[in-house]
Ligand binder design. Structure first.
Ligand SMILES: Nc1ncnc2c1ncn2[C@@H]1O[C@H](COP(=O)(O)OP(=O)(O)OP(=O)(O)O)[C@@H](O)[C@H]1O
Length: 580
């Protein structure tokens, strides 16, 4: 048997580019993309990608060059997921909610050779390019070639330089033969992390990792043939959790929308009979809080895959009442999107809705591409017992894990240790083998030697009918070292009045629903909580604010002499949060 060798017939490098080639032929006349009044078929999408790839080559974009793009979920953004690697280059989708300084940092760090800019972001890109230009004059970086993406459905004429996307498509060769992937370990894309805990890091994916992750997510989510997929998750987030490539694999239809407003999402769902969509839990609030004139009836259940932040069980329950069927996944940029899926079991179907939502809010079991997932004591590297209580760090290994961080050997070797990828998240394993995340290791609150999971506490706060958003962080405490401090934004309703929910109301609600040591010592109301560009709550900002709250210990003479009472004075440093 060992004389049987690999040959071109039996060993082909794995790459998601093969999904598009196949779709262009086997699903040739099916609709690939719908965007406003524009529609393409899979044959057209394949041809357009060939054309763009050939134009990129003629613009001297070569193997392993980075091509960046700053665009919302429009057809060009989708096409670039194939066309850029078909030209042998590496796609870098930039988060369009970043500011010019951060965009410039990414362009500099990635040494992008070309930058595609949607017409909406021309101003942002111009500012970023100005910053880069100042650097390049000092010899620190070179300038990328700039190509504007005008609206394909209603062209605006906005330009930034000479080149425009549709021109490159027109000029390109529809019969271009894509640059062959020599080694499946070659890079396909570069995605920067959200920067929730530290500076964003450039995560590099291989063709192999992207291919396998795509397949395992299709299977993990049980996505059948011909899905109608609504782009409510930004494609810039881990390449849309691989569904950019996945929809081609399933011969589905991509419904592209520029903005994730309630109106646009409900309108698309109703008009195009959307079957699937992905989103961070923050989008649940947009759908749930939609005004009556923005809503449309959900006539058949829409599958939603959610992740990126812990979805509070009460929100899961409300979404299911609206007609969405939610699957919960956990992942990281470094794991090519979802690494765990809370795979549903039929035996849970008969449980009461609240119980089902609680089960579903656990992060679940590994996707197929992972060789192993564990929760370990990082000192001893022993696995924690499957008791749902013992906390350890979540570690992963397998083919969907990134190649590493671009130009950052220190961070790469810190993340890969002892044969595992360390996620920086802490969690438990339940007796049924399902994992539950308790916190990011940096967010755990250690109060008098007890570990308090901010996620658990937030989940209780979200059950309060007036709580719209909640985040709990550590606040310095003279006796306990740290104690929980809750930041809340309130939901308004017809009868609500300014200031009608008070700190004491929330604390007494927590007293009824939480053990004593978990009760927040301070509750601060904000009009909105600060978020990262991917919609995650920026706890480091809240922690900085909580540090300024002074807790003083006062012995009570009236209530109970043994129990010290605490008095918290908040420094009103809300100005530091001017982004709110
Ligand atoms: N289902 C989930 N439940 C709870 N937390 C989640 C879930 N999915 C993802 N997360 C959190 O999001 C993190 C991954 O986010 P992402 O890769 O976007 O960058 P980031 O970690 O937020 O940014 P940075 O690494 O730059 O600080 C995970 O490590 C985890 O903390």
């Amino acid at each position: 048997m060992d004389r049987l060798s690999k040959c071109e017939a039996n060993y082909v490098p794995l790459t998601p580019l093969s999904f598009l080639k196949r779709a262009g032929s086997v699903y040739a006349n099916r609709t690939s993309i719908i965007y406003e009044n524009t529609r393409f078929t899979w044959r057209q999408t394949y041809e357009r990608c060939c054309r763009l790839a050939s134009s990129l080559r003629s613009l001297n974009i070569l193997n392993n060059h980075v091509v960046s793009v700053l665009a919302p979920n429009v057809p060009a953004m989708y096409e670039m997921h194939f066309a850029v690697p078909m030209a042998g280059a590496v796609l870098n989708t930039i988060n369009s909610r970043l500011d010019a300084k951060n965009v410039a940092t990414i362009l500099r760090h990635s040494e992008a050779k070309a930058l595609f800019v949607d017409y909406q972001y021309v101003q942002l890109a111009s500012e970023a390019l100005r910053i880069l230009m100042a650097d390049s004059q000092q010899g620190q970086s070179s300038m990328p070639l700039v190509i504007v993406i005008d609206d394909v459905d209603s062209p605006t004429g906005v330009r930034l330089g000479e080149l425009e996307y549709e021109q490159l498509i027109q000029m390109g060769n529809p019969r271009f033969v894509p640059i062959e992937v020599q080694d499946e370990w070659d890079p396909i894309s570069l995605n920067y992390t959200s920067g929730t805990t530290s500076e964003p890091k450039g995560v590099v994916y291989s063709h192999r990792g992207a291919y396998l992750s795509t397949l395992s997510l299709i299977l993990g989510w049980e996505m059948g043939n011909e899905p109608v997929y609504l782009w409510s998750l930004p494609m810039f987030h881990c390449n849309g959790w691989t569904f950019t490539w996945g929809i081609a694999a399933r011969g589905g239809t991509n419904v592209c929308i520029r903005n994730t407003t309630a109106y646009d999402m409900y309108r698309s769902i109703a008009t195009h009979k959307v079957t699937h969509m992905c989103c961070a839990p923050i989008v649940f609030n947009i759908l749930l809080e939609a005004k009556l004139n923005e809503r449309r009836e959900i006539s058949s259940p829409v599958q939603i895959l959610t992740g990126g932040a812990p979805p509070p069980a009460p929100l899961l329950e409300k979404m299911e009442h609206l007609g969405f069927y939610v699957t919960h996944a956990y992942g990281l940029t470094e794991a090519t999107g979802p690494a765990l899926v809370c795979e549903w079991q039929a035996k849970w179907n008969h449980l009461p809705a609240e119980h089902k939502a609680k089960i579903k809010s656990r992060q679940g079991i590994s996707v197929l591409t992972l060789a192993d997932v564990d929760v370990k004591n990082v000192e001893t590297m022993e696995s924690v017992p499957q008791d749902g209580k013992t906390i350890g760090e979540i570690v992963l290994r397998g083919s969907s894990i990134m190649k590493g961080y671009l130009k950052d050997e220190v961070a790469t070797s810190k993340a890969f240790k002892k044969g595992w990828f360390f996620t920086g998240d802490v969690g438990v394993i339940h007796p049924d083998g399902y994992l539950e995340i308790k916190d990011r290791s940096k967010d755990v609150i250690i109060s008098g030697g007890e570990n308090i999971s901010s996620v658990e506490l937030e989940s209780v706060l979200y059950k309060h009918p007036r709580v719209l958003e909640a985040a709990v962080v550590a606040m310095p405490h003279p006796r306990w070292g740290e104690s929980p401090c809750a930041f809340i934004s309130l939901r308004e309703n017809e009868t609500s009045q300014k200031g009608d929910v008070k700190e004491a109301d929330i604390i007494s609600y927590c007293r009824k629903n939480l053990p004593h040591f978990m009760i927040p010592k301070k509750v601060k109301f904000l009009s909105q909580l600060p978020k990262t560009s991917t919609g995650k709550i920026q706890k480091f900002q809240l922690r900085a604010m909580a540090k300024t709250f002074q807790v003083t210990e006062k012995k009570s003479t009236q209530i109970n002499k043994e129990i010290p009472q605490y008095h918290v004075e908040g420094h009103e440093q809300i100005l530091a949060m001017s982004r709110l």
